[in-house]
Design a protein around this ligand. Sequence first.
Ligand SMILES: NC(=O)c1ccc[n+]([C@@H]2O[C@H](COP(=O)([O-])OP(=O)(O)OC[C@H]3O[C@@H](n4cnc5c(N)ncnc54)[C@H](O)[C@@H]3O)[C@@H](O)[C@H]2O)c1
Ligand SMILES: N[C@@H](CCO)C(=O)O
Ligand code: NA
Length: 438
Amino acid sequence: MEPVNIGLLGLGTVGGGTVTVLTRNAAEIARRAGRGIRIAHAAARSYDADTIAGLGEIGRIGDDAFAVVDDPDVDIVVELIGGYSPARELVLQAIANGKHVVTANKALIALHGNEIFAAAQARGVTVAFEAAVAGGIPIIKALREGLAANHIDWIAGIINGTGNFILTEMRDKGRDFADVLAEAQALGYAEADPTFDVEGIDAAHKLTILGSLAFGIPLQFDKTFTEGISGIEAQDVAYAGELGYRIKHLGIARRAANGIELRVHPTLIPHRRLIANVDGVMNAVLVKGDAVGPTLYYGAGAGALPTASAVVADVVDVVRLLTTDPTNRVPHLAFQPTELADTPVLAMDDVETAYYLRLTALDRPGVMAGIAGILGEEGISIEAIQQKEPAPGETHVPLIMLTHRVRESGMNRALARIEALDAVQGETVRIRMETLAG
Ligand SMILES: NC(=O)c1ccc[n+]([C@@H]2O[C@H](COP(=O)([O-])OP(=O)(O)OC[C@H]3O[C@@H](n4cnc5c(N)ncnc54)[C@H](O)[C@@H]3O)[C@@H](O)[C@H]2O)c1
Ligand SMILES: N[C@@H](CCO)C(=O)O
Ligand code: NA
């Protein structure tokens, strides 16, 4: 049988890795897919022809991505450019041309996925996006297919490799934030705009996708609460460690009584949890299903070959379904498109979590009692409290508190009152806590 023709958009970290994997494992991939797969036409704005030639065989290379999408010889378009535009226009045009699409672009899917999937559905083609979430880990496949029997209770994931790499290096080696970020960029892990990694936007893109797959709701990136790691200080990492916790940047999607929580933020988690020990660029996603219980998926979340592993697996999937009736395919968002629910995504004020708090307070009798009194009046109970030694010559001391679960709005009220006390200095550091049990 004739090989299937790929049109490849982008020849950077992931594009280059995809050429390598398709070439290196060509024979095995063809045995799995049932057909050979060749890169018929590729485009990139900038590339080094010699480097690309060293990776594998490409029929034709140019700099016009639309020429690839309009090439009648191309059966499947693989979008590895990134960003919102022109990725959106390219993908929509590929769909209009009746071509299947594979993409690693979580920004595109999180923001424009509803539009893209509707267009694909109408045209009878598939858009596959395994590489968009947790790189090489087949988490999309797990949620859409492997866990299809379950009512999903919650998901908690380390889903940004760059952020996890930074936190790990800061904790283990005391390295400087900017220095570790520069290394992550040099290794090809970071987004084109690294603030997407550091400020949690990339993780929020991925969590938006996971939330839809888990709960059968439309993609709603604008409702996903997003807090990054740029405010994490070394002393909080150390204090959390003394109390038996690690700080991880988590994406959490949870079904609560009154709606769905979608939130990305630094989180204290008990250090003995497997996921607390996922370090460096590795990602992990913990999924709690009612039938299966907790399941954990672990692997490389970024990098050329791990991401290409997911891209090529999607290509194989698409080749296998070239002969499948469109109505029998795995739905883009795991649930049939007519069955998506309008369950609300909760505002952060309505979300309940436990807290780690660090206040800076005057070292004087009665101060602690005053703070505890305000927390009590707002219905917040304290699980642990520690007063640290003052630095030499300092009149104020760090006070560390762990609270039980409380609604975010109650914590906001309590902290506003506490920060207004004369004996309390500056802003409180607050980091949410999760046990990730049950
Ligand atoms: N790097 C990773 O580890 C990783 C992991 C998972 C997903 N992703 C996603 O994969 C995608 C690609 O990431 P990357 O790290 O390979 O990026 P990259 O910057 O290394 O490569 C981008 C490629 O696209 C080309 N390009 C940019 N604009 C273009 C245009 N208008 N027309 C034609 N070509 C154009 C560039 O020349 C380059 O070859 C992004 O969506 C990213 O979020 C990356
Ligand atoms: N910048 C992303 C790439 C993988 O999606 C990360 O560091 O996780
Ligand atoms: Na994946």
